[in-house]
Design a protein around this ligand. Structure first.
Ligand code: IPD
Ligand code: CA
Ligand code: CA
Length: 267
């Protein structure tokens, strides 16, 4: 791999360390403690342990940096210049059901801009990573978005809605609308981080999802951009700075897809 900034090295090291117990836990999920954060929203002892290991590793290198995490909230709140953004297991529902499709996602942000990120699928041993200006990689190979020219024929991916969503019906309506595009197909794989990583490496042509959290996609943003993809955050809400609606795709289908989904009131 040709990425070598200190920050990406710190993140990779943290991913590798945390993945050891994560892989072990995946082999004995029946032993994990699981609690519910809300309807259909679970957290396990493995999410917490993985996050703790990652935080410890990152803090060893930079104790003063801010950290936004899914399970422990915000650490060093006053440092908004340098921040790590962590999702210890993206795809917890897959993980808890024994489905080998989940990932650790860690991004690094400087002055509100994502500079580098890693999405690591420990079961398939696939590490997606990128740093600004130096391209995106899957393990040792450079990756790029697909070359598909038309939405027609595209393979798309989405996720949600959450059970708690207030716009659930609208999201389903949007899903049906996009699913009806002739000859294209839509998947729901259950890990936002891997959904974006798969667009970045050309497995999917496009991804959209509403009501995500920033930690789901922080690392994915830089990986997708460095792979030549386009990313839009539509209908941003200033009162919810950690929430995101995202459209990520190759540049050819971006406009066609955005016409179907970026509307103030979903038709
Ligand atoms: C979830 C996954 C899922 C997406 C949800 C996320 P989690 O993250 O990314 O694909 O549809 O909106 O919350 O809870 O597994 O970290
Ligand atoms: Ca997540
Ligand atoms: Ca998570």
């Amino acid at each position: 791999m040709r990425l070598a900034s200190p920050h990406i090295n710190i993140i990779m090291k943290a991913c590798n360390k945390a993945s050891r117990s994560l892989i072990r836990d995946f082999g004995e999920i029946e032993k994990l403690q699981v609690s519910s954060k809300g309807p259909g929203d679970f957290v396990s002892s493995s999410d917490k342990r993985t996050e703790k290991t990652i935080i410890n590793e990152l803090q060893k290198a930079h104790p003063e940096y801010g950290i936004i995490t899914e399970e422990s909230g915000v650490i060093n709140k006053s440092n908004i210049k340098n921040r790590w953004i962590i999702d210890p297991i993206d795809g917890t529902n897959n993980f808890l059901n024994g489905i080998p499709h989940f990932a650790i996602s860690i991004g690094y942000e400087e002055n509100n801009e994502i500079k580098c990120g890693v999405i690591f699928d420990p079961i398939k041993n696939e590490m997606f990573c990128a740093e600004k200006g130096n391209g995106a990689f899957l393990n040792n190979s450079r990756i790029r978005v697909s070359k598909k020219k038309k939405l027609q024929d595209s393979l798309l991916v989405t996720g949600g809605p959450k059970h708690s969503s207030k716009i659930k019906e609208d999201i389903f309506t949007e899903f049906v609308k996009i699913s009806k595009v002739p000859f294209s197909s839509v998947r729901k794989f259950g890990s936002a981080a891997l959904d974006i990583a798969y667009v970045a490496c050309g497995r999917f042509d496009g991804y959209w999802q509403r009501e995500l959290n920033y930690w789901d996609i922080a690392a994915g943003i830089i990986i997708l951009k460095e792979a030549g993809g386009f990313v839009d955050f539509f209908e941003e809400d200033n009162n919810a700075p950690l929430k995101r609606n995202i459209l990520a795709s190759n540049s050819s289908i971006h406009e066609e897809l955005s016409k179907l989904i970026i509307k103030k009131n979903i038709e």
